[in-house]
Design a protein around this ligand. Structure first.
Ligand code: ZN
Length: 320
């Protein structure tokens, strides 16, 4: 029994548990039994896990030390909307890169093989997608926009400006993709270059989003403690840089007609995009956690327990 804590650190300072009961719904960490009414130093009646462990797992004192944000639910929605934009664009960029390169694969003259492609069939659907993503991006911006006295709820005005210009550039770049192609050499060359058109927007948006995510992520225990499943943004930016290098090499290779070089660049570029894609879907998962923490913020330890009995004073516990 000596390992089970009789005191926990809450947002309002240390709380002694002896003689107190759980006064609200607190799920047992192991079996999810509702511990409401249980002895604070007792064990779960269902599985025997000591109640202090479940209490410690359901509070997050760090959150209560941070300055409150005026619109937590909206910020949570904005995080998810922003990461949907990132995840969808990284996915379609990868698919589009595969598609344009699949047409060119096995052919020395990439430009000739691209001539067979007609973009007008998929233009309509593509622009519907771009419009949908623009709505998501604007929704995210609206959630992060400056509140009273020009203060942004999370991040800095600089990160928000970068984020907004990223959404704008991403929309422009993506909307221009179906305009490439055609009969001219420049049009075909642009078609081969088109998977990179979402690149500047993605980079700006990710840099801006990083400032927002790091700050708001402090309010989510799962995000703070996550190791493998927590996505950092700099590796995604590095992969985008690698993609830019590979695609630049590829476009030079097209003019030089060097087949081996084209294939190497293609492989490196597509691999880098796979890394970006996986990273952006992880960001969506992280945003989902943080949204949950913002919607249902953790309780203060003091409000989870009945008031301390006079006879279980701190002097009494310290003397044990
Ligand atoms: Zn239990």
């Amino acid at each position: 029994m000596s390992r089970i804590p009789t005191m926990l650190m809450g947002a309002d300072g240390p709380e002694h548990l002896a003689g107190r009961r759980v006064a609200q719904s607190v799920e047992c960490l192991r079996c999810h039994y509702d511990l409401n009414g249980a002895d604070a130093v007792g064990c779960c009646p269902e599985c025997g896990l000591p109640v202090p462990f479940s209490l410690a797992g359901s509070i997050d004192p760090i959150v209560h030390k941070l300055s409150p944000i005026p619109n937590p639910s909206a910020v949570g929605r904005g995080l998810v909307a922003a990461t949907i934009v990132l995840a969808v664009y990284s996915t379609v960029t990868f698919l589009w890169a595969c598609f344009t390169m699949a047409m060119a694969l096995g052919q020395v003259n990439v430009l000739d093989s691209l001539k067979a492609f007609r973009t007008d069939r998929f233009q309509g659907w593509w622009w519907v997608l771009v419009a949908g993503m623009l709505v998501c991006g604007v929704l995210a911006y609206w959630s992060f926009r400056p509140q009273q006295r020009g203060r942004v709820p999370v991040g800095t005005t600089r990160s928000l400006a970068l984020f907004a210009s990223g959404v704008f550039l991403l929309t422009l770049g993506a909307a221009a993709i179906p305009l490439t192609g055609g009969r001219s050499v420049i049009g075909l060359w642009l078609l081969a270059a088109s998977p990179a058109m979402t690149l500047p927007g993605l980079v700006l948006m990710l840099i801006g989003f990083r400032g927002i995510l790091i700050e708001i992520g402090q309010r989510c225990l799962t995000f703070r403690r996550a190791k493998v499943r927590r996505q950092n943004i700099p590796p995604i930016l590095a992969a985008l840089g690698l993609f830019a290098l590979a695609w630049g090499g590829l476009l030079l290779g097209i003019r030089g007609q060097s087949e081996t070089f084209i294939v190497i660049c293609m492989a490196v570029g597509l691999l880098a995009l796979v890394f970006v894609l996986v990273g952006c879907w992880y960001l969506l998962l992280n945003a989902w956690w943080i949204r949950g923490a913002l919607r249902t913020p953790p309780e203060r330890l003091r409000t989870l327990l009945t008031t301390a009995e006079p006879h279980s004073s701190s002097a009494n516990v310290a003397g044990e």
